[in-house]
Design a protein around this ligand. Structure first.
Ligand code: ADP
Ligand code: MG
Length: 348
């Protein structure tokens, strides 16, 4: 189990060191920054900054112990179980993709994870995880007393410390009487299982801000807000931030998904920095637009399990690290170096 964590992290560290920028400015950058005058050659495409949690990796590790130190397990911060709702407002921005990939990344990092698919009408987390044929019972049957909780939990065969719990069968409606209290009961039942309380309970939230949304956020004490860099998703994300705060969830971090540096460069897409300035939320990660995401969705094989990892997979993996350590990253302006044609995305 640990070996593949090590392998992927060595790789992501190597990429980190490759893509590390010289000290990013702490001064507030302009909203639509112009080109900059960097003297050093710049890395292409994405940079994943992880300045606080990860020590700067050695370029060529001198000894196996140096390598092991770099491949440490992240330090779990906060009380367990960390009940995290993955939400957005607008649909189709990547909540389920994020839940699957961050959930499996956490499991690969040796944390126990239960992912709850709270998208009642449009359940699809099971499909993304390739577990659709193994869901025999749902949380509704547990609540009705038709089965035990452990019968409704589907254990992933690849990572046995990852389990999936679906609220209901696909295309069913949220039954009357099923609300936040029922979900709190389920979370409490997960906490008091004989095999121990999970480290993380991830709740994949339905789109919108109606009853399903309210139910999904009720047991959570922190939130990952997913948005894409477009104005409609941002407006919905802003509305959802307000609702989360009203519900007492103060720990809200955002992931900006489907980012395209080519479009940002051409000023056809907002940069991650623009998004951060508009929403004013700490940044957990920025995920590039990646056709591998769609391929992995269709295969039921989450991206973070890919070998070699793709950029989006690495970005999800690093967002998982930050989630564990309650760390954030800093977005910087997209910069262009006209002569070389290189540009950067983030700085640490
Ligand atoms: P939501 O749960 O918010 O409705 P999904 O996770 O189901 O959104 O994603 C919606 C669609 O967007 C899916 O087809 C998924 O494959 C695609 N998608 C999500 N993130 C990315 C990405 N980074 N690059 C490319 N496609 C993506
Ligand atoms: Mg979804």
């Amino acid at each position: 189990m640990m070996s593949s964590v090590s392998v992927s992290h060595t790789l992501s560290s190597a990429m980190l060191s490759l893509y590390r920028l010289p000290g990013a400015s702490t001064a507030k950058p302009p909203l639509f920054p112009s080109t900059s005058t960097f003297t050093q050659p710049r890395p292409p495409a994405f940079l994943f900054s992880h300045s606080k949690t990860l020590p700067k990796p050695p370029k060529f590790p001198k000894s196996p112990s140096a390598l092991l130190q770099w491949n440490r397990k992240p330090q779990l911060s906060g009380e367990t179980p960390r009940v995290v709702v993955v939400t957005s407002g607008k649909g189709g921005v990547g909540k389920t993709t994020t839940t699957a990939n961050i959930g499996l990344s956490l499991a690969r990092l040796d944390f126990s994870v239960v992912a709850i698919d709270a998208d009642v009408g449009l359940r699809n987390l099971d499909l993304l995880l390739g577990l659709e044929n193994r869901v025999n019972y749902t949380a509704l049957e547990v609540l009705n007393g038709d089965c035990r909780l452990d019968q409704a939990l589907v254990r992933d065969k690849r990572w046995s410390n990852f389990e999936l719990l679906c609220i209901s069968k696909p295309r069913s409606k949220l039954p009357l009487g099923f609300g936040g209290k029922a979900l709190i009961w389920l979370v409490d039942a997960l906490k008091s299982r004989t095999e121990g309380c999970p480290d993380f309970i991830l709740i994949d939230c339905p789109a919108g801000i109606d009853a399903g949304f309210i139910t999904a956020i009720t047991p959570a004490n922190e939130a990952i807000l997913i948005t894409t860099p477009d104005i409609t998703a941002l407006r919905d994300a802003d509305r959802v931030t307000g609702l989360l705060e009203c519900d007492g969830i103060r720990d809200i971090k955002m992931i900006v998904n489907r980012v395209r540096t080519d479009m940002i460069k051409g000023e056809d897409m907002m940069s991650v920095l623009d998004v951060q300035e508009m929403l004013g939320l700490p940044l957990l990660g920025a995920i590039p637009e990646d056709s591998e995401v769609i391929r992995s969705t269709n295969r039921g094989y989450p991206l973070v399990l890919n070998k070699p990892p793709t950029l989006a997979g690495l970005a999800f993996e690093q967002a998982a690290w930050r989630l564990v350590e309650q760390d954030t990253m800093q977005a910087v302006m997209v910069e262009e170096e006209p002569k070389r044609g290189f540009f950067s995305f983030f700085g640490g």
